[in-house]
Design a protein around this ligand. Sequence first.
Ligand SMILES: *Cc1c(COP(=O)(O)O)cnc(C)c1O
Length: 356
Amino acid sequence: MSRYWSQHVAGLTPYTPGEQPKIERLLKLNTNEHPYGPSPRALEAIRNGAGDELRLYPDNESTALRKAVAEYYGVAPEQVMPGNGSDEVLAHVFNALFRHGDRPLLMPDITYSFYKTYCKLFDIPAKLVPLADDFSICPDDYLNLSEQPAGIIFANPNAPTGMALELEQIERIARGNPDVAVVVDEAYVDFGAKTAISLIDRCPNIVVIHTFSKSRALAGMRVGYGVASREIVEGLLRVKDSFNSYPLDKLAIAAAVASMEDRDYFAAQTQKVVQAREYLSKELETIGFKVLPSKANFVFASHPGHDAAKLAAELRKQGVLVRHFQAPRIDQFLRITVGTREDCERLCNTLSEITQ
Ligand SMILES: *Cc1c(COP(=O)(O)O)cnc(C)c1O
């Protein structure tokens, strides 16, 4: 606390990212990074871009990236909003679409915790809608609302449960709330869920958020984007250009474009992670864990006989990092990133020993 702070700073609750420690023989399964590297074509694009032209500012509109995304999903480049990681896109979305006085933003009680952080930052009241007992999102809870919300946001697949809604369910939520933005954060969609981008034509209030940090193995480059109607993107760009005209550097744009173009590599790497997830889920069940059905690159699991916080601490001693959230309803779960098949084996062997 400093007397020089603006008043609202004291009231902020910053997001706590998973740790990035320096431990030897560390197995890092705590921040949902990809176990394999990015596309070799992305790396080549970075090397090719590392030259004299870096003295120039990058393209402020990230035109090449917007075109590549537009082509991939069959939308117009004007429907793509680029950002320095999807967290930045989310920040602009909160700022541009959810600030409606006292009207609350609806979100699941258990979801990506950054949403609450942005609510504080932008002074948006949050209304938490409890997940069902099986940890699924109930579309009915977002329909026939007694008061008009400021908007709706959820992750699909949801984090940290990994469970996904069907597109029909997302469409029902969007159609039931035609006057507010419905934001679907699809950070993990490539691992087995369906993207709601196909709904945007029919439901112009849907905003889809994607990141290059998870399925495209480029967390270190910081690239994300939103897809929405042209009108919504125009509003988001106004906020972006009132904050930072150049959120994406030249190397990030080049890497992201090359990654989008390398479809074969992407499909193969994604498939490997999905197979490892199925293996990991089965193995964990054999050890006695209850595992939620995941469509992401992580699983959310609890063991009836062992305290989750203790398990996480014990794993850490053995050089294996997983994520544990000290939060109501989920404090007996571990969120475990799907690594390589070998990573999964090491994790399961360690867990078998601990739980014996
Ligand atoms: C990882 C994650 C993000 C943030 O991704 P960045 O592009 O790295 O900022 C956003 N939403 C969810 C649900 C995530 O898990």
